[in-house]
Design a protein around this ligand. Structure first.
Ligand SMILES: Nc1ncnc2c1ncn2[C@@H]1O[C@H](COP(=O)(O)OP(=O)(O)OP(=O)(O)O)[C@@H](O)[C@H]1O
Length: 273
């Protein structure tokens, strides 16, 4: 086998450690948010991240996006060590991250305009993705005129428009009502099925973590570490098939819940003592 036959992973983390200082003061208290994270994410993989509140999920994702600097270790994107945000990675935030003073089309074209795309090309690319998420009737609307689910569709269209092949999603459906959330999950799975982008997706929702993922990264209670990587053996395309009724769904869900529950019980006991 030649070296070129070996697929380069989308993202590799080696020994990543991150400490936060709670104020500018050199003697201020510190929080160890992540410790010794080793992780390889395959190209085209859908990885969900779940773990107790405060275990470092967002910090980990922001480090993968180079929006946060790590203290130790290496972040390698498509074979290259990185320290700054780049066009191969796009973030989608829980709070949508839209400019309230810009229309839908201007929000979606924004990252392309910043990169000096010709106006026509930026608009055509943006329109293609706005159509894809079903918002063509709302191109001239402002974010406050849209529901939460629609605003998150704009966030998704913007991330897709950048052409990034790695989507870093921080609880993107966390602020959306339960039914819209199911629709958004279907839409995301459909897009993923068509384009096979690498998706790294934080969630607090156990069902969502299992439903969407090829693999679930279960993190341990702070300082954040990789507790377990769990393969999800469920058929595709999942949006056309009710995987919630599949025996593997219950098995994987039950296993993750057991681990999370242990962490929560332990935390309660420590707080009480
Ligand atoms: N800018 C910051 N300054 C100081 N401490 C921080 C900062 N950002 C995160 N932390 C701390 O780092 C730890 C990990 O935080 P992080 O937000 O990554 O966790 P999380 O798993 O995403 O949490 P949640 O599930 O509640 O969203 C927490 O103890 C948090 O208080």
């Amino acid at each position: 086998m030649k070296d070129s036959d070996v697929e380069v992973p989308a993202i590799q983390l080696r020994g990543v450690r991150k400490t936060f200082r709670l104020s500018e003061d050199r003697n201020a208290k510190t929080v160890l948010a992540l410790d010794g994270i080793d992780l390889t994410i395959r190209k085209g993989e859908f990885l969900t991240i779940i773990g107790p509140s405060g275990c470092g999920k967002t910090t980990l994702l922001r480090i993968m996006a180079s929006l946060e600097q790590h203290d130790e270790g290496e972040v390698i994107v498509e074979g290259e060590p990185v320290s700054e945000p780049g066009i191969r990675r796009a973030m989608v935030f829980q709070t949508f991250g839209l400019f309230p003073w810009k229309t839908v089309i201007d929000n979606v074209t924004f990252p392309l305009t910043v990169r000096k795309f010709p106006a026509d090309e930026a608009r055509n690319t943006a329109m293609k993705h706005i159509r894809r998420v079903g918002l063509e009737r709302f191109v001239d609307a402002y974010p406050h005129q849209l529901s939460g689910g629609m605003q998150q569709r704009v966030g998704l269209a913007r991330a897709l428009s950048t052409g990034a092949d790695i989507l870093l999603m921080d609880e993107p459906f966390g602020a959306i009502d339960a039914q819209t959330r199911e629709l958004m999950q279907e839409e995301l799975l459909r897009i993923w099925d068509e384009e096979r982008k690498t998706v790294i997706f934080i969630t607090h929702d156990l069902d969502e973590a299992v439903l969407l993922a090829d693999r679930v990264l279960l993190m341990s209670r702070g300082p954040g570490r990789v507790r377990e990587l769990i393969d999800v053996d469920l058929p595709h395309p999942r949006f056309e098939y009710d995987v919630r009724g599949h025996e593997n769904f219950a098995k994987v869900r039950g296993h993750i819940w057991q681990q999370l529950r242990n962490d929560l019980v332990q935390q309660r006991e420590e707080e009480a003592s």
